[in-house]
Write a protein that binds this ligand. Structure first.
Ligand SMILES: Nc1nc2c(c(=O)[nH]1)N[C@H]1C(S)=C(S)[C@@H](COP(=O)(O)OP(=O)(O)OC[C@H]3O[C@@H](n4cnc5c(=O)[nH]c(N)nc54)[C@H](O)[C@@H]3O)O[C@H]1N2
Ligand SMILES: Nc1nc2c(c(=O)[nH]1)N[C@H]1C(S)=C(S)[C@@H](COP(=O)(O)OP(=O)(O)OC[C@H]3O[C@@H](n4cnc5c(=O)[nH]c(N)nc54)[C@H](O)[C@@H]3O)O[C@H]1N2
Ligand SMILES: [Mo]
Length: 685
């Protein structure tokens, strides 16, 4: 490979995988010189990475060698949240943690809660030894809902799994609806294929409340109100029926339940949807015509559209569309939200739920961690949470209704352990911070939710300081707790093989770094959905026929609230952060500048606000300060866009926009509703 040949003699190239929670899961080539990672690049041979990385991950080494990395175990000396610690040895830290957890477990292990999400998406460092440890302990279970659960369950109900088009096929589509996704920010390697399609004459339509950088580059932008996508989808169906643009043969053979949904859709003429969505009836009609009369027609949705009350129903309604027009018949037609179920991961082998040994601990929804940490013992809730072990997540910054989350983590009677790379807002509240390795320092294997290959990550450099992989930390804790089952001695390589060894050869992965899954080009051209009967389930067991579900908070559904807080706020990702990760990398933070709130010129004028001033965003739950952006023209009337999940301590006033979001859940799946939030904005005093 040319990259290897061109490298200087003393250097070597190590194959890796990007660990971040992003659909692209890029194949990495890490250049190591004298034991130091000097360059992180995309692997040109991997078909979706094609040698290119996003700005953030091309600067991954800056994060690994960051002067503020946590390199030794730390013990708290200040008050919770203050972030004052002293260095301690691993022995002291692990012995004390094991003793504290054992004492709580002796009363009731359910008083202990693990809290983790997708800081790394790796199967090994993300969901293996940790799960075994907490299963053996009998700790409370965590429902890991904070990102995608409504949409995921919608896909499972409709297709039988998180399945969809191959991302490469979008290059050949003639119409692409980019629905609830800012691809240039959060799915860059899909965008390459969309651009190819555009060069070949495809029309690109962006359906998003915000005029994103992706919307700028599409032919059309439909700026609907947040949480109204289900109404738009129903009205598209209305038009498909009214104009007889349906593929009756496909519907008859490969779907279940259309007659009932057909009746419901007939109640959604474009005028009705337009009023709900805040768009024009002609936008609805035009979109329906384009979708029905262009082939191949593809939809790229992302999780942005399901962070609202009706998110699950909206994803179901959109996912049904390609079955109604028969778009699935073309390899470049259909729908993609997630492709992760194409890889059959053996999670039982990885996580060993049998270690629960018949116990059935309660489950805590991670979205509601604020309420959970503040709850007293009760018959309904169970025991009060006495200990929390956080890894691969930064809940104090990312979970909704921060005031409660912060109060919960500030409890003096809560024992908190955080495995981290940095002193995040969450780590500042820990009794112990344990230094974890980064992706350049440990083994892992990865699937992807945006493409269909499997990747291996080999360690490129030695662990920095005294950092250890998550797996090793849980192995050592297990030993200190006296867990003698042999599965606690499994190596990371054994764990990797347990996860995916049944599907791909780990030896092939070691040679090339990645492997494509063998899949048909047009997965559902002849039906063959992964549901029990092989059909696309319009009438899904347990869920019935999908419908429009209004937001928790909107002028339509909560008029009284909307009088006091008339602006809908969304808080989607900015380009140079990945959730709260990278906010502390200065070169990236410098690009993003400050916490930004985008507002339409008419809304700003009505409040006497001007571009560039500092404003307070507020509602009954809290306040946060942002820099107002009006001139970029990215906000539609009635909606404000706050960009990103800033570290609270790096924001303008020690908060971020989750100070305003609430803990109410999606229609099903128990997901968060971050983009279903009414606010008001005023000048800073
Ligand atoms: N650079 C970067 N990349 C990321 C992330 C990041 O933080 N930064 N986050 C990663 C994560 S965790 C995930 S889950 C994935 C997917 O992450 P998502 O958060 O789904 O990201 P986007 O695809 O950008 O989708 C958000 C888009 O949906 C729009 N939106 C908000 N509400 C609605 C609505 O009600 N309807 C519609 N139609 N659109 C709406 C927003 O304006 C935004 O443009 O991306 C990942 N990639
Ligand atoms: N307002 C608002 N809030 C949101 C969102 C939004 O769009 N708006 N997006 C939501 C979404 S989609 C998601 S997915 C969640 C994400 O929430 P989180 O999963 O908490 O994601 P991050 O904020 O990236 O935090 C991940 C942390 O894991 C750490 N980490 C990374 N790798 C490792 C490792 O190998 N070991 C250990 N021990 N730690 C590691 C990182 O240093 C980082 O601090 O946030 C949600 N919150
Ligand atoms: Mo996410």
């Amino acid at each position: 490979m040319s990259t290897i040949a061109a490298a200087p003699e003393a250097s070597r190239i190590v194959r890796g995988a990007c660990p971040h929670d992003c659909p692209d899961t890029c194949a990495l080539l890490v250049t190591v010189e004298d034991g130091r990672a000097v360059k992180v690049q995309g692997n040109p041979e991997h078909p979706t990475t094609h040698g290119a990385l996003c700005t953030k991950v091309s600067r991954y080494a800056e994060r690994v060698y960051h002067p503020e990395r946590v390199l030794h175990p730390l013990k708290r000396v200040g008050a919770k949240g203050e972030g004052r610690f002293v260095r301690v040895g691993w022995d002291e830290a692990l012995a004390d943690i094991a003793a504290r957890l054992a004492a709580i477990a002796a009363r009731d292990p359910q008083a202990i809660l693990p809290y983790s999400y997708a800081g790394t998406m790796g199967f090994v460092q993300g969901e293996s030894m940790d799960r075994r440890f907490f299963h053996r302990l009998g700790a409370s279970l965590l429902d890991r809902t904070i990102c995608s659960m409504a949409g995921s369950q919608a896909l499972v109900a409709t297709f039988g799994g998180k399945l969809g088009m191959h991302v490469e096929q979008f290059a050949h589509s003639k119409l692409i609806l980019i629905w609830g996704s800012n691809s240039i920010t959060s799915n860059l390697h899909f965008w390459t294929f969309a651009q190819q399609a555009k060069r070949n004459g495809a029309k690109l339509v962006c359906i998003d409340p915000r005029k994103t950088e992706t919307a700028d580059k599409c032919h059309q932008h439909i700026a609907l109100l947040p949480g109204t996508d289900g109404a738009l989808a129903l009205s598209l169906m209305h038009e498909l029926i009214a104009n007889d643009w349906l593929d009756h043969d496909y519907i008859d053979r490969h779907t279940e339940g259309w007659p009932k949904l057909r009746e419901r859709a007939l109640a959604w003429p474009p005028e009705r949807a337009a009023a709900v969505c805040g768009i024009t009836p002609d936008e609805v009609r035009g979109l329906a015509r384009d979708y029905a009369t262009t082939r191949p027609a593809a939809i790229r949705a992302n999780y942005g559209l399901q962070r609202v009350h009706g998110g699950g129903n909206a994803v179901r309604l959109i996912a049904i569309l390609p079955a109604l027009t028969g778009a699935w018949r073309d390899p470049a037609g259909g729908f993609l939200l997630s492709s992760s179920s194409w890889l059959a991961v053996d999670r039982e082998a990885l996580q060993k739920p049998e270690l629960l040994a018949g116990r059935r601990p309660r489950t805590i929804n991670m979205v509601q961690i604020g309420d959970a940490l503040l709850a007293e013992a009760s018959p309904a809730f169970g025991p009060k949470i006495e200990a929390i072990v956080v890894y691969n997540s930064n809940p104090v910054a990312v979970a909704p209704e921060s005031a409660k989350v912060v109060r919960g983590f500030a409890r003096d009677d809560l024992f908190t352990v955080v495995l981290e790379h940095f002193l995040t807002d969450t780590a500042d509240h820990a009794d112990y911070v344990l230094p974890a390795t980064t992706q350049l320092e440990h083994w892992d294997v990865h699937g992807s939710y945006g493409h269909t290959s499997v990747l291996l990550n080999e360690p490129a450099i030695a662990p920095q300081g005294e950092a250890k992989p998550n797996t090793q930390i849980f192995r050592e804790l297990a030993a200190r707790m006296g867990f003698t089952e042999p599965c606690f001695e499994d190596s990371d390589e054994t764990l990797a093989r347990a996860a995916i060894g049944g599907v791909v050869s780990c030896d092939v992965l070691r040679e090339r770094g990645w492997q494509q899954l063998p899949l048909p080009a047009a997965p559902f051209a002849q039906g063959g959905f992964a549901t029990p009967g092989g059909r696309c389930m319009i009438d899904a067991p347990g869920l019935g026929i999908p419908d429009f579900v209004a937001p928790h908070e909107s002028a339509l559904s909560a008029p009284e609230l909307a009088r006091r807080f008339p602006l809908a706020m969304i808080s989607p990702p900015p380009r140079n952060f990945l959730n709260s990760t990278f906010v502390n990398v200065k070169s990236l933070r410098d690009i993003e500048g400050e916490p930004v709130l985008e507002m339409h010129a008419a809304d700003a004028a009505a409040r006497g606000l001007v571009d560039g001033e500092l404003v307070q965003v507020f509602n009954d739950r809290g306040r946060s300060i942002c820099r107002l952006h009006v001139k970029r023209g990215r906000a539609r009337p009635g909606v404000v866009n706050g960009l990103g999940v800033w570290w609270r301590k790096l924001g303008l006033d020690g908060t971020n926009l989750n100070q305003l979001t609430h803990q109410r859940l999606t229609d099903f799946g128990g997901g968060p509703t971050f983009y279903d939030c009414m606010v008001e904005v005023e000048a800073c005093a």
